[in-house]
Design a protein around this ligand. Structure first.
Ligand SMILES: Cc1cc2nc3c(=O)[nH]c(=O)nc-3n(C[C@H](O)[C@H](O)[C@H](O)COP(=O)(O)OP(=O)(O)OC[C@H]3O[C@@H](n4cnc5c(N)ncnc54)[C@H](O)[C@@H]3O)c2cc1C
Length: 448
């Protein structure tokens, strides 16, 4: 191996950046490859979708992390595949050789093969998704305000969130506040009794990872926010007009219930990104790359996989670690440490992940949290959620602005980021024009 091995990190998200930070100013050359030049802080995406925060408050430029680390470089490119035998990564900028590889490509929404739902529902995973949802939510209110047909108006004012985990709960809660606390004051010709918000999940309850007490509290808060919650339900189709679903345990040919809705937001699961499907290694049921407790892909000495795209089940546990930011951070840190150990000819360390707890925000002053024996809901849990997310998020300047925005939103009861935008493709380099998310925006633009 060369004197300074080259570590290539695929993905500049939460885990990838953590790994690169550990390798900064160490005796290795690091290259981060991502199709965006910024890191997205996904836990705050729903706040962009509901006009609470603006886009630059939830992202941070990747190069900005490494001002003081000459050994870390960045390549704006689409990753297309990995060839472990040749030790190269296939990208939209050609082949990139590596000595060590950290795969940190995150995940993409899982529609479980339902192409109709995939075509018509809104995922909430990327910054573009959040901008699209924001524009759509605001557009349907503008349309409803001028729509004389009551049936069409009702469909415009019906919002369905599929997936009763934290993303669905946060999203539905956020929309309820946008609708009843902000828009209701301004759309004088809309009867807000015509608005309906639904949360539909496959699990038997909302926030299934929380204790029963907090799940019941969450349900009460959601009902107070006028959100209709239906659990143990399987969504079977959505053609852009009508969503159909039936109880999980009902036979396949059982009649489906339907909801007429112009907005369906999908947060019912994730799977690894497509470019990893041809990567030959052991995978779990969800197609995530299996890793061992040194974070390596078994059988591949120089390839590590971290975060949402990887799967590690601790000894004695039934389920792999969840797809959460703290897991990606812990794995990113350890992958980098183990590469340095390997470079120095030292023993590798093993992963001992201990969950620090789970929390979900349900709206202004309302959240639930559980950390070991500590349980809470309401204002305290909400404040804890805000501060923990602020401290985890990158960017001092953006964090100051986020703090002021939250305070402003809280006391003013308005949201200034209510922009209906049409993202433009012009000016983007060819190398990223064809990435799936940019292509989607292009298709939407052509259609409009
Ligand atoms: C709406 C939402 C809310 C969430 N809320 C929470 C929360 O409250 N708490 C929590 O702990 N977790 C939350 N999560 C989960 C958390 O954000 C993820 O677990 C975490 O981001 C995973 O980090 P990662 O590094 O594995 O992937 P990511 O952070 O997703 O990074 C993957 C990177 O890979 C890049 N990439 C992907 N494909 C390619 C390609 N082909 N070519 C080039 N680049 C590519 C992407 O641009 C991205 O930068 C939330 C997720 C979402 C979507």
């Amino acid at each position: 191996m060369k004197e300074r091995p080259r570590v290539v990190i695929l993905g500049g998200g939460i885990g990838g950046i953590k790994a690169a930070q550990q390798l900064a100013n160490q005796p290795v050359d690091v290259l981060i490859i991502d199709h965006n030049n910024y890191q997205v802080f996904q836990p705050l995406l729903y706040q962009v979708a509901t006009s609470m925060l603006s886009t630059d408050e939830v992202v941070y430029p990747i190069r900005g992390f490494f001002k003081k680390a000459n050994n870390v470089d960045f390549l704006l490119a689409e990753v297309r595949g990995i060839q472990p035998e040749a030790k190269i990564v296939k990208t939209s900028h050609g082949d990139v050789p590596y000595d060590y590889l950290i795969i940190a490509l995150g995940s993409t929404p899982n529609f479980f093969g339902n192409k109709e739902v995939e075509r018509n529902a809104f995922p909430l995973k990327t910054l573009q998704d959040a901008i699209r949802i924001r524009s759509h939510l605001l557009s349907v209110f503008e349309e409803a305000s001028a729509e004389p047909d009551p049936e069409k108006r009702k469909a415009l004012l019906t919002f369905v969130f599929v997936g009763a985990g934290p993303i669905g709960v946060e999203g539905a809660g956020g929309v309820s506040e946008l609708v009843y606390d902000v828009l209701q004051k301004e759309f004088h010709h809309i009867d807000f009794d015509e608005v309906s918000i639904h949360l539909i999940g496959a699990d038997p309850c909302v926030l299934s990872m929380m204790s029963e007490k907090l799940r019941i509290e969450t349900l009460k808060v959601l009902q107070k926010k006028r959100i209709d919650v239906q659990c143990s339900m399987l969504v079977t189709g959505y053609d852009g007009e009508t969503l159909s679903y039936r109880p999980m345990k009902a036979p396949k040919d059982a009649p489906c219930s339907t909801i007429k809705a112009k907005t369906v937001v999908w947060s019912a699961g994730v799977r690894p990104v497509d470019c990893l499907s041809s990567f030959a290694c052991e995978k779990d049921r969800g197609k995530r790359l299996l890793i061992d407790d040194t974070i390596r892909v078994p059988g591949m000495q120089d390839i590590f996989a971290i975060g949402d795209c990887s799967s590690y089940t601790p000894p004695g546990e039934q389920r792999p670690l969840p797809t959460l930011a703290p897991v990606a951070l812990a794995e990113g840190e350890l992958a980098a440490k183990n590469i340095l150990h390997d470079v120095r000819g030292e023993e590798m360390e093993h992963l001992h992940y201990k969950s620090k707890g789970v929390m979900a925000i349900i709206g202004n002053s309302e959240a639930v949290m559980e950390a070991g024996p500590l349980r809470g809901r309401g204002f305290l849990a909400w404040s804890a959620w805000l501060w923990i997310h602020l401290l985890t998020k990158a960017g001092f300047h953006a964090n100051i602005s986020v703090t002021f925005k939250w305070i402003f939103n809280y006391f003013s009861g308005t949201r200034l980021g209510r922009l209906i935008t049409r993202p433009e493709l012009q000016g983007l380099p060819e190398s990223i024009k064809n990435t799936p998310e940019v292509k989607d925006v292009g298709a939407e633009k052509q259609a409009s």
